[in-house]
Design a protein around this ligand. Structure first.
Ligand SMILES: C[S@@+](CC[C@H](N)C(=O)[O-])C[C@H]1O[C@@H](n2cnc3c(N)ncnc32)[C@H](O)[C@@H]1O
Length: 242
């Protein structure tokens, strides 16, 4: 997974530290890049979001009667605001203080500053109709930690809704297997600092994560970019198996 050969001199302790440091780099990168990210969202810099993926996640949430939702890794809060404007009671959580402060400046939605570690260790409770992660599951262990508690955040008929980069498209020319990939801000105009690595998962791995954590996959959407004719993302929707 990490490209380490058997018999490598790296001790288990160092291996854990390396995994940990990649997870920390993700959070650190979002802290360092919060301001340019806010500007990029305000200026509508990400074409695929405007063309297809923003509406696709809203449609996925509104496809079933939904009154309450939590948006995990909500960023500056655009999706919380949109869903609140549709009449939902939405809580946004994110681990970056600048993003949560920006989100709280709006009158729409409720927000809490929480890292994924804090959520995984039980610091978020609730019984929501929907748990939403919109392009916010970027790490390896941090994602697994959230999957371990998703079921505790949902009511009996609640839905887990995850939008992520489409693995076939995001894979590029690298081999199609799970693993850490270097990050990049290519295509963004703002003054972005160091990008963080991110953890690539194949479509089969995403589907298996749902099943392994007690979810039955009810929908899998592949929103197509209208100009490129290729999937801009994948949206996976699951419900707890009865
Ligand atoms: C690509 S942005 C997506 C933001 C938002 N969901 C959206 O659609 O615009 C990823 C978000 O995940 C958050 N995030 C990443 N790792 C996190 C962690 N370990 N704890 C809390 N938030 C984290 C970042 O702060 C950032 O806001």
């Amino acid at each position: 997974m990490l490209g380490l050969r058997e018999g490598s001199a790296l001790s288990v302790f160092n291996l854990e530290a390396l995994i940990d440091s990649r997870e920390q780099q993700i959070l650190l990168a979002w802290q360092q890049n919060a301001q340019p990210w806010i500007r990029a969202i305000e200026d509508g810099e990400i074409e695929s979001r405007l063309a297809v993926t923003n509406q696709a996640i809203i449609d996925a949430v509104l496809a079933e009667p939904t009154q309450t939702a939590v948006d995990i890794g909500c960023g500056e809060g655009w999706l919380v605001r949109s869903l609140t404007a549709h009449g939902l009671d939405v809580l946004g959580v994110d681990g970056v203080p600048q993003l949560i402060e920006k989100a709280q400046a709006s009158d729409l939605g409720r927000y809490r500053l929480l890292t994924y570690d804090a959520i995984s260790s039980g610091q978020l409770s609730g019984s929501f109709d929907a748990v939403i992660c919109n392009f916010s599951l970027l790490g390896d262990q941090s994602t697994l930690g959230l999957f371990a508690v998703f079921s505790t955040l949902l009511n009996a008929n609640g839905r887990l809704i995850i939008q992520t980069l489409h693995p076939l498209v995001a894979c590029g020319t690298a081999s199609y297997e799970d693993g850490w990939r270097p990050g990049s801000w290519i295509g963004f105009k703002g003054d972005f600092a160091e990008p963080a690595p991110w953890y690539f998962r194949t479509l089969a791995t995403w589907v298996a994560l749902f099943r392994l954590h007690g979810f039955q996959l009810t929908h899998l959407h592949e929103p197509i970019h209208p100009r490129l004719g290729r999937p801009a993302s994948v949206i996976l929707v699951g419900q707890l198996a009865q």
